[in-house]
Ligand binder design. Structure first.
Ligand SMILES: [Fe+2]
Ligand SMILES: [Fe+2]
Length: 288
């Protein structure tokens, strides 16, 4: 199965750039499934019904998340609506084991979902790192272990949650949303041979290390963003420079038009083995 995955789509120019280039990328890469990271969709932070609908209408099948997934409260309902297929990091806060018997507050949405691609099933997981984040997320290594072993607490195990049967494991595609390349590279090796792909997001800057790891997992530390080229990772340069120069709080702005970079990867997965055959980095630019 061929997967096309777009890195963090930042605001309106990012959405416009992806929508503009999607037809030609579909012709070139013939994807069976298009996935994108959604955490910056709505004016750089969070998601809304209209921004998610825009991408769904052009054929984006699944949207993954990150540290900004909850930035707009309107997005909570989107995350909870299965028709949207938008997920947030699974380890934002993991459910407690049943034996704890403590009623933990529920986090909106889901951290993974499975889709049928031809004769095969693909489990898409949104995972977030811990290094350099202010929030105290649960351990992503333990979280993905629980998920892959299918024996996590409460609703955490895919077989209980999605009805996938044990022994018929789907191929697994992981968006690892993390700041530190060390944590990402470590996760790549940790999951090598156990999942089809580990693609990094969050830094908005693409890395030049796309490859198939020794045991068959497609890997890249960061896919990069889809957003304004002349910016600071998608946000207008001037307010960000002011922030660095003065330490005063600033309001982020994002220009409506301009040159846009579109960063993605094409991953070919063998549905029968759940391993990757190929990963290709896509670095495009356009005007919106
Ligand atoms: Fe981002
Ligand atoms: Fe992020």
């Amino acid at each position: 199965m061929n997967i096309l995955f777009f890195g963090d789509i930042v605001g309106r120019p990012g959405r416009r750039g992806v929508i503009k280039l999607l037809p030609e990328l579909k012709r070139e890469y013939a994807p069976d499934l298009v996935i994108a990271n959604s955490e910056n969709l709505a004016h750089g932070k969070g998601i809304t019904t209209s921004t998610v609908s825009e991408l769904r209408d052009v054929g984006m099948s699944v949207l993954t998340g990150g540290n900004h997934s909850f930035a707009k409260s309107e997005g909570f309902a989107v995350l909870d609506d299965p028709s949207f297929k938008v997920i947030r990091p699974v380890n934002i806060s993991m459910p407690l084991p049943a034996e704890c018997m403590v009623p933990a507050p529920r986090v909106p949405g889901r951290g993974f979902l499975s889709v049928t691609v031809g004769a095969y099933e693909l489990l898409i997981v949104s995972l977030i790192g811990r290094v350099f984040f202010h929030d105290q997320y649960d351990d992503p290594f333990r979280a993905i272990d629980a998920l892959l072993k299918d024996e996590g607490p409460l609703d955490f195990a895919p077989s209980k949650f999605l009805g996938t049967s044990r022994g018929k494991r789907p191929a697994v595609f992981v968006d690892f949303h993390a700041e530190a390349t060390s944590e990402k590279v470590a996760m790549g090796h940790y999951l090598d041979g156990r999942v089809a792909a580990v693609v990094g997001t969050h830094t908005h800057v693409p890395t030049a290390d796309a490859r198939i790891l020794p045991k068959g997992t497609a890997y890249i530390s960061d896919v990069g963003m889809c957003g304004l080229k002349e910016s600071v990772i998608g946000v207008d340069t001037e307010p960000i420079l002011n922030k660095f120069l003065t330490n005063m709080p600033v309001e982020h702005t994002i220009a409506e038009h301009g040159e846009v970079v579109v960063r993605a990867v094409a991953v070919e997965i063998d549905g029968a083995t759940g391993k990757a055959k190929r990963i290709e980095q896509i670095l495009r630019e356009t005007e919106v």
